[in-house]
Design a protein around this ligand. Sequence first.
Ligand SMILES: Cc1cc2nc3c(=O)[nH]c(=O)nc-3n(C[C@H](O)[C@H](O)[C@H](O)COP(=O)(O)OP(=O)(O)OC[C@H]3O[C@@H](n4cnc5c(N)ncnc54)[C@H](O)[C@@H]3O)c2cc1C
Length: 323
Amino acid sequence: MAIVWYQEKQYPITAGESVLDTLLKNQFTCSYSCRSGVCQTCLMKAENGEPPERAQQGLKETLKKQGYFLSCICYPDQDLHISSKNNNSVSAWIVGKEILSQDVVKVILRCEDRIQYFAGQYITLTRQDKLSRSYSLASLPEEETLEIHVRKIPNGQMSSWLYDEAQVGEPLQIHGPIGDCFYTPGQSNQPLLLAGTGTGLAPLYGILKDALTQKHQGEVWLFHGALHSKGLYLVDELVSLVKKHANFHYSPTVLQGDPDELIKVGNLEETIFTQFPKLSAWRAYVCGHPELVVSLKKKLFLKGVSLKNIFSDAFITYPKNNT
Ligand SMILES: Cc1cc2nc3c(=O)[nH]c(=O)nc-3n(C[C@H](O)[C@H](O)[C@H](O)COP(=O)(O)OP(=O)(O)OC[C@H]3O[C@@H](n4cnc5c(N)ncnc54)[C@H](O)[C@@H]3O)c2cc1C
């Protein structure tokens, strides 16, 4: 049985338990969110001993070399001396809030030190009580503040708090940015497909603005899905971008309701693939609900999009009582 040393005491790791599980079991307050090795909120450092390779998945080489690892997926087979040093965090505070739809709020954040990022990457917000959740960046790096879109989940600890209670001036800690779902210039004529549901629009909106700002020449199609038309948001802003950019097309799709000039009624995937049965030359960005992301990625591949041209962020949530 491996032993983990933390704050000068030792804790045996029971079979099937991660380092994070062990620390939580021993009443430590730790930052974490997805518990799936995605959001990187639970980053810790091995001061002595080698963390398993899998516990370093998705980390930058520079972090790996320094012994950083993700404690939620770290099942060590040797003793580890660990610390909670996390050099990947910056102080920030809320400078604005705007309700975008009946369940989506835009939150504007200012960081103490400006962070380098690409529109579409995500950050993890940590509240003063250590509650942490990830949100995608809809703003562009040249803007002075960060913009996120938060969908209020009934009884959701962070999202309901951000929607209903959090005030301008509220301090937060930001980890990140993380992720490779962002626009890269280079193949300016390549057609781009952006698809997502709900607040999956946040990273797609950032990626779209980035592509248009960088004068992407190929066609850019944004497919945004919602249950009904009240679930759509930023419709006016997107329609106005359509008017300004001849190569940009916006297709909102809802599952329920009546179609109109703009909005289609039906399944988002059917809407996309009826319009584009073959997509071999395309680059695709898919964000939002994990089931949609997995399903769309598979279908895009089958329709000819090469894997290296599919970028995605699944909004993975940890289902249990994740405080
Ligand atoms: C990479 C990444 C990027 C993300 N980007 C965004 C973003 O831009 N905007 C955004 O709104 N969210 C985003 N999320 C999701 C976000 O991190 C939180 O999981 C979400 O806000 C819910 O947190 P909560 O604390 O309010 O709910 P919790 O208190 O964690 O959950 C309460 C209950 O609601 C359920 N639940 C949680 N999320 C959902 C959901 N989406 N649908 C249905 N039930 C749910 C949980 O299973 C639980 O039972 C992202 C997640 C990841 C991993």
